[in-house]
Every structure is written in structure tokens, then in C-alpha cells.
Write a protein that binds this ligand. Structure first.
Ligand SMILES: [Zn+2]
Length: 490
């Protein structure tokens, strides 16, 4: 089966090929039961489209505007080594030495991208773990890709290696009005990528399963675009059995099934790990990952770490960059490319990923934000809405801080505050998403007013709930009355 030619992509109307999606005018929808696999497939398919089209930014704009023909697709494939993208080769390198041990694991562990290791904190979070035990061979490339783009060494314990993006990185993608425009909008324009990233001119660009990595440090500048898009951290093998199944990931029937995979880690380090950073490997500019640059210059993938994390709080960082928690958050390349293209179509920004805590996944993110057609033009309106949200959160926090002054146990009052703030942050997520729907229809002042009204109402509701809960506790109640003034201060 070939990823550039054959029907392996699960949609609501059956399995189809990348060529069909890109060259037809029908509307297709991906069908995968787990949103993380959906997210992983969007990135995998956009990266494959980059391989096929390798467009300049001018060509890419044309494809997004007018689509492409079957002829154009076939011609583009003629210059490629198609067999690199056969499933038995794709992202499946072979170890040089046959003596090293392969570790076996059930396929379930590829779903979260993080294996359930032996440590007590290393558990996967599944919608229903029991519901994903067997998959069809067509779904294995997506699962393998998901593993490699999410894996963090500690999740595999002593046998772990970390991938090129680091563990559990957040992804930001452009979501078009249908699957075709989504894939094209996340296709990398090779000339623009080259211009704004600093890879070596003679960087190796064959995939790692063709030319394996060597050495103990994987220098970022030496890794070309295609090589990096499908970078490996493990040799992977799947046992395909001639037993029919109904796939737990895509829901389609298949004559063959896969229940296990085997892995053997790479021994070198990317700049996404401490060892790699210390050895000067540098950060590979993964096009879908926002970065965080610390004061000392060290770069990290943006990750979501705690349960109360909500993507709206960092949205300004993802689209224009912002200083947050003593680090500069820089947008993913794909967002820069989108702004540079002045895309004529209205689009959404998809923020997705896992909320990870050491080896565990404690939550998932899959948020869509409405973006105006000309994001550059309306940028300030988007950040204005986010800023209103952050200010409101700060006000609520200040108002609640009064309860620390009544002499009660710190962890008790801290718990009251944390719960209220978490609730506000979670509820504000929807309010912000809703408000941004109007970003190119409403004037800035109107938009600001709408955001302030909705968020004020939310903060007030939460604050009143706390007040009501402690109305019979005089010291707390009085402190809250004093705090109230801060909440409503103009
Ligand atoms: Zn499947």
C-alpha cells in the first residue's frame, strides 16, 4: 500500500487516497474515533502533500485558490521515489545491528502517543482504553506518526527516546473550510520555509528510513524539511495478521489486523532533550509547533502541563508571539506562512495536543478559533479579545486574594481561589471562541465591549458563588466583600 497513491485515509464515505482529496471538489470528512489521531492525520497528510507538491509560496496560493488537477498530481509524483512511501517502508527504519532487543507493546499504546510505562504516573488517557485493541494496517502510519510527534522519553522509562518535537507538544494548524483546503493550508512552501528558518544549505533531505541518522547528537541544521517532517526516534515494526477485524481507530472492516507493535530506540539525541540541548544540537523548526524561547536562548516546544490549562490564554502567543512566564512564545511556522500569504479565505486556527504530566496524559486539547480572512489586518482585534480575558482573570484573582488576609490555613483558602480561577478559565474558553467569530464583522470597540460584558458576567457569577458558599463564615465573607470592589473597578 502506498501513502501517495492508495486509498488508506478513513473518511465518512469510506477509504480514499490523498490524490482524491486534493484533486476532487467533493467535501470529505476524516473519520477517526480519537481526536488526537484526527489531529495526527491532518499533520501527516499535510506533510505528505508537502512532499508531493513541494510548492513555492506563489504556487501554493494558486493551489489553495483553484485546487489542482489529477494530471498535476500525477506529474508531481513522477519526480518522487514513490516506494519510500510504501507502508512497509514509511517511517519504519531497520536497526543496523540485529542483536539489540526489540520491545513489544499492544497497539493501544500508540494511541496516546505515550506508552503506559512502569512508573505510577505513566498512564495513558483514553476515551475508553478497552475500545482500542485492534487496528487495520491502513491506520498504522497515522499511529506511528502520532507516536513520533508526541513521544517523550520518560514515557517509555529506561527504554525511551524523545522525538524531534519533544514530548507532548502543542500543534497549531490552519483549518480551512474543507479537508482539501485544510491540507493545502498546512502544506509547507519550500521557498518561504527556507527563507525564515536557518537550516544548512546542504542539509540532508532524504527520510531517515532511507538514510539513517548517525552519531550521538542530531544537529538540527543538518536535518532538511522532508527529513524533519517525518523524523524518527524509534525503529518500529508492526505485526500484520491475516485475520479480519473491525478497526478500533477508523471503524472500517479489514481483512488484516494489527494488535502489536515493536520498537527499538534511536541512540542519538535531538535538541528537544536536555542531552541534545547541552550538546548544542539546536532546535529543529517543526512547522506546526509554537516555540517558547527562554532568557538563556534555550528553545522548547510549547506544551500544556496542568489540568486547568486552556488554550485561549496563550492564543496571542500562537499568532503573533508574546512574553509569557519569563519566556517568549513564538508562533509556529505555519501561522507565519498563513499570515504571509494573505489567504483570501476565512479560516480557523486549530489548537490541539495533549495535556501531559510526566509520563501521563491528563487531558486533550482540540480547540477551533475563528480567524478573519486577513489575519494581519485584524490581528489587533484578536489580541484585544484575549487581553480582555486575561485582565478579567487577573481582576478575579486580585479580588479573591483578600481571603488570604483572614488568618486561615493557606492551603484551604488557596484551594478556594484555585477552584474559582479554574472555573473562570474553563468557561472563558467558550466565551472567547464565540467572541472571535465576529472578529471581522464587528469594529474593535464593539468587539471589546462584547468581550468585556460576557467575561464580566462570568467573573461576577463565579465570585458570587464563592460569596454565597461562605456567607456564614464572617471573616471570609467580609474579605470577599472587600475583594468585590477590585473585581468591578473600572
Ligand atoms: Zn483503521
Amino acid at each position: 500500500m502506498n501513502l501517495l497513491q492508495d486509498d488508506f485515509i478513513s473518511t465518512t464515505v469510506g477509504k480514499i487516497s490523498l490524490k482524491t482529496i486534493l484533486t476532487s471538489n467533493k467535501e470529505y470528512q476524516l473519520q477517526y474515533y480519537f481526536d488526537e489521531i484526527q489531529l495526527s492525520m491532518l499533520q501527516l497528510l499535510s506533510s505528505l502533500t508537502t512532499v508531493v507538491l513541494a510548492p513555492t509560496i506563489i504556487e501554493l496560493k494558486e493551489y489553495i485558490r483553484g485546487g489542482l488537477s489529477v494530471d498535476q498530481y500525477d506529474k508531481a509524483c513522477e519526480r518522487l521515489e514513490l516506494d519510500w512511501f510504501d507502508t512497509h517502508k514509511f517511517m519504519r527504519s531497520k536497526p543496523l545491528s540485529t542483536s539489540a532487543k526489540w520491545a513489544d507493546a499492544p497497539i493501544t499504546k500508540l494511541l496516546s502517543g505515550i506508552e503506559c510505562g512502569s512508573s505510577s504516573s505513566a498512564i495513558g488517557l483514553f476515551s475508553d482504553a478497552e475500545a482500542a485493541k485492534v487496528v487495520c494496517p491502513d491506520c498504522t502510519p497515522g499511529l506511528n506518526y502520532n507516536l513520533h510527534m508526541n513521544i517523550k522519553g520518560e514515557c517509555f522509562g529506561p527504554t525511551g527516546a524523545t522525538g524531534i518535537r519533544g514530548g507532548g507538544a502543542i500543534s497549531t494548524l490552519i483549518a480551512g473550510h474543507n479537508l482539501k483546503t485544510t491540507l493545502l493550508s498546512n502544506t509547507i512552501a519550500i521557498d518561504y520555509f527556507k527563507k525564515i528558518t536557518v537550516l544548512d544549505d546542504d542539509a540532508e533531505d532524504t527520510p531517515m528510513w532511507v538514510t539513517p541518522q548517525s552519531g550521538s547528537v542530531y544537529q538540527a541544521g543538518r536535518i532538511g524539511l522532508v527529513r524533519g517532517l517525518f523524523a524518527l526516534a524509534y525503529h518500529i515494526d508492526f505485526d500484520v495478521k491475516d485475520a479480519p477485524c473491525c478497526c478500533d481507530v477508523c471503524g472500517h472492516h479489514s481483512d488484516q489486523s494489527v494488535v502489536n507493535f515493536r520498537r527499538q530506540k534511536y541512540t542519538g539525541h535531538y535538541g528537544s532533550t536536555k542531552n541534545g540541548r547541552d550538546a548544542g544540537a539546536g532546535w529543529w523548526p517543526h512547522p506546526f509547533t509554537p516555540r517558547s524561547i527562554k532568557d538563556d536562548g534555550a528553545e522548547y516546544a510549547v506544551c500544556a502541563r496542568d489540568r486547568s490549562w486552556q488554550s485561549w490564554q496563550e492564543l496571542s502567543g500562537y499568532i503573533i508571539g508574546k512574553e509569557m512566564n519569563k519566556a517568549n512564545v513564538i508562533p509556529a511556522y505555519i501561522v507565519n506562512q498563513y499570515m504571509h500569504m494573505e489567504n483570501p479565505l476565512k479560516t480557523n486556527l486549530l489548537v490541539g495536543g495533549n495535556i501531559a504530566n510526566q509520563g501521563s496524559i491528563i487531558g486533550r486539547i482540540y480547540d477551533l478559533y475563528s480567524m478573519p480572512a486577513s489575519l494581519t489586518k485584524y490581528l489587533s482585534r484578536v489580541t484585544l479579545v484575549i487581553d480582555v480575558g486575561l485582565q478579567k482573570k487577573e481582576r478575579l484573582s486580585n479580588a479573591l486574594n483578600k481571603i488570604f488576609g483572614v488568618g486561615y490555613d493557606k492551603s484551604f483558602v488557596g484551594g478556594i481561589k484555585e477552584k474559582a480561577i479554574q472555573q473562570f478559565t474553563a468557561n472563558a474558553q467558550q466565551i472567547i471562541q464565540q467572541t472571535l467569530l465576529d472578529v471581522d464583522r464587528k469594529e474593535a470597540s464593539e468587539l471589546r465591549k462584547a468581550a468585556i460584558e460576557a467575561l464580566n458576567k462570568e467573573a461576577k457569577k463565579i465570585f458570587l458563588n464563592v460569596q454565597r458558599q461562605y456567607q456564614h463564615d464572617m471573616p471570609l465573607f467580609k474579605a470577599l466583600v472587600r475583594g468585590e470592589v477590585l473585581l468591578y473597578k473600572k
